[in-house]
Every structure is written in structure tokens, then in C-alpha cells.
Unconditional design. Structure first.
Length: 377
């Protein structure tokens, strides 16, 4: 199988490439990424020589219709996994337009290409050339409840729990929760989800949508909460906390997310949405204090303490609480999180402590200038 993975140089995308190539040694990935500020090919520098033979990188924009069509024309694409997105809420408040362009129009360009190259003249969908046996494909259980194997290509849209809006102090998001986005970012992702659904409902395009809770782990750009706090604390800089810091998020270690995506791509029922949550709800202020505590223990640096915390004006339209109910993916596909927060946060902090050069390179922006010069279509 050959799968087009968009946004593969970002945080979740790069973690997925490592996971997938090692999980499926018989498959090939084509990565498409525009290498904006959050995309970094250094994220994939640890691929083995064997893995590199099954991975091809193309620099480009998912909004580029001609490029996307050429990728499909020159490769027998068996599936699309769309990670590509502008994803930072604060940036969407400052400049909504780029979010609407990339997240909505870019998704539509990919859907059009998939429909064009996968749909046969009689309206049916191209069959996959072959399917691997059960024992070589995966070892997790149970499989799809009806025990059928997928025989057509598939478009998998990676979305977010933020499309559901905010929760009160109780309850959880399910796949039936109405969409109620509150930021330009989440509105653009909700719009993209609806377009994906429309291509399934109108044309029959085989699709799935996954909506995950907050991810954390290696290679996350240091504008997001956990890596920002780690980096600022190590440099004795203020740790900005919105409002009272009591906003609650459900935290999911990125490898658990990658495993869920793998399962949905192969075994998810076409047209279905699957929520992916970590069962790890924490207040933001707890996260910040826990990062301080662990860093102080690991570094012995007494200047890393709670005096660095600085409460700042709350974000516009800031949702108070998110919480995911992953019952559907657990019951249908057998997925459940394996890394709880106390373990995951230590693993994450250890990674950032052991990869300070990566952080410095990302912040400096030197990698972006280099790759823009050296990777052109």
C-alpha cells in the first residue's frame, strides 16, 4: 500500500510516520508538507535507512490543486491521512484567513483528487490491489466487529475535540455531540469535517473522521502549553497562564493517538466518526505546576519554581472544559489509551531535556530557511 500523509513534518504527523513505518514494514508513505513555521524535517531525522526507502517527501501546499493531482497521477495512492492544518488557536484569532484557506480549501482539494483518481466510470470505487494477512497487518484485538476487510482506498481526516465547543463541569463529548466551535481554528476544522462528510454522503467516498483530545509528547512545537512551559522554565522565563488557569483539557500521549489512527484507517467503518480521548483530564494550572515540579527534580535547578508563573489576560472565547468519551472506538476497534498522564509527562519532559538542540533550532527558525532553500518542487 502507498499512503499519502499530509502535514507529516508537524508534531503528530512526524510521530505517526515513525509509528506507521515501524508498524507496517510492507507499506510505503508519501509525505506532503509545506514546511511552515511548525513543520520541520528534522523531526524525521531518526528514520532508519530501511524506513527511508519506504518514505518519500514532497514539499508543497495541500491547496495546490495541480501538485496534489500530480501526486495522485504519478503514484497509486491507496489512502490519504490528512494531518495538514493550521492548529494554534491564538494564531487563528490574530489571522483567521490562513486557517480558513488551509483547513477548509486544502481539505477540499485533497478530497477532489481522491474522488477523481479513486472513482471508476460506473461510480464504484477502485479496489485495493492486495490486502496483507491478519498476522502481518496488526496484532491488536478485537478487529472490526463484522470481520470484514477494507477493500477500497480511504480518506482519513484528522480533526479535534474543539469542534464540539465547551463542556460544563460534567459530561463528555461523544460522536453525536452537536458541533459548536468557538474559535476561527475550531470553526475551520468543523467546516472541513462537514466537507469530508459531504463527500461521503454525496459521492460515497470512503472516509473516516477522528477527533482527538489534546496531544503531548516529542517534537511538539514550543508554542503549545507543555513544551512552552518546559522551555520557558529551563530558561527561567515567565510561564504565561491564561486567566485563573482552571481550564480543563483531556490529555492524550501522541503515540496512543497514532495507534488509534492506524486502527481507524484500516478497520473503521466508512463514513463514521471516532473520538479519541486519553481519560486524563487536568487543569492547565496543574499541568504547569507539575512541569515545574518534575523539571526541578530532574535538573536540581532551584530557580525553576512557581514564582515563574504569570497569570495573563484570558484568551478570547476560551473554552472552559473538554472531555472525550472514547467508548465507540474502544468497543468497535479495541483501542484504549495505554500511557496515563503521570507516565507520559515524565517521558515528554525527558525527551525535551535530551533534545535541547532541537528546541533551539526550532525557535531560531534556521531550519525553516534551510529547508525552503533545499526542498522545492
Amino acid at each position: 500500500m502507498t499512503i499519502l500523509v499530509t502535514g507529516m513534518a508537524g508534531f503528530i504527523g512526524s510521530n505517526f510516520v515513525y509509528y506507521y513505518l515501524r508498524r507496517h514494514p510492507e507499506r510505503r508513505l508519501i509525505g506532503l508538507d509545506n514546511l511552515t513555521y511548525a513543520g520541520n524535517l528534522d523531526n524525521l531525522s531518526r528514520l532508519t535507512e530501511e524506513e527511508k526507502k519506504r518514505f518519500a517527501f514532497i514539499k508543497g501546499d495541500i491547496c495546490d490543486t495541480e501538485l496534489v493531482d500530480r501526486i495522485f497521477s504519478e503514484n497509486e495512492i491507496d489512502g490519504v491521512i490528512n494531518f495538514a492544518a493550521e492548529s494554534h488557536v491564538d494564531r487563528s484569532i490574530h489571522d483567521p484567513q490562513i486557517f480558513l484557506k488551509t483547513n477548509i480549501l486544502g481539505t477540499q482539494v485533497l478530497l477532489n483528487a481522491a474522488k477523481k483518481h479513486w472513482q471508476l466510470p460506473d461510480g464504484k470505487w477502485r479496489s485495493l490491489n492486495s490486502r496483507e494477512g491478519e498476522e502481518t497487518r496488526r496484532d491488536h484485538s478485537p478487529r472490526r466487529t463484522n470481520n470484514e476487510q477494507r477493500t477500497t482506498p480511504k480518506f482519513l481526516q484528522i480533526s479535534t475535540d474543539e469542534v464540539y465547543g465547551a463542556l460544563g463541569p460534567t459530561g463528555f463529548f461523544t460522536e453525536k455531540t452537536p458541533l459548536d466551535p468557538h474559535s476561527p481554528y475550531s470553526a475551520s476544522k468543523a467546516s472541513a469535517d462537514l466537507i469530508v462528510k459531504a463527500y461521503h454522503d454525496t459521492f460515497g467516498l470512503p472516509v473516516n473522521i477522528t477527533r482527538c483530545s489534546n496531544n503531548y509528547g516529542p517534537y511538539q512545537f514550543p508554542e503549545k502549553l507543555i513544551p512552552l512551559m518546559i522551555n520557558n522554565a529551563l530558561n527561567h522565563k515567565p510561564l504565561p497562564v491564561y486567566g485563573d488557569g482552571k481550564q480543563i483539557r483531556d490529555w492524550l500521549y501522541v503515540k496512543d493517538h497514532c495507534r488509534a489512527i492506524d486502527m481507524v484507517f484500516d478497520d473503521g467503518q466508512s463514513g463514521e466518526v471516532y473520538n479519541i480521548g486519553g481519560h486524563n483530564e487536568r487543569e492547565n494550572i496543574y499541568i504547569v505546576k507539575r512541569v515545574i515540579e518534575i523539571l526541578r527534580e530532574k535538573t536540581g535547578d532551584g530557580e525553576i519554581n512557581e514564582s515563574l508563573i504569570k497569570h495573563v489576560t484570558d484568551r478570547l472565547g476560551h473554552d472552559r472544559r473538554y472531555g472525550i468519551d472514547p467508548t465507540k472506538i474502544t468497543q468497535e476497534l479495541g483501542w484504549k489509551p495505554t500511557i496515563m498522564f503521570d507516565q507520559g509527562i515524565e517521558m515528554t519532559i525527558d525527551w525535551y531535556l535530551n533534545n535541547r538542540e532541537w528546541v533551539e533550532g526550532v525557535i531560531s527558525g534556521e531550519y525553516l530557511e534551510f529547508y525552503n532553500k533545499n526542498y522545492k518542487i
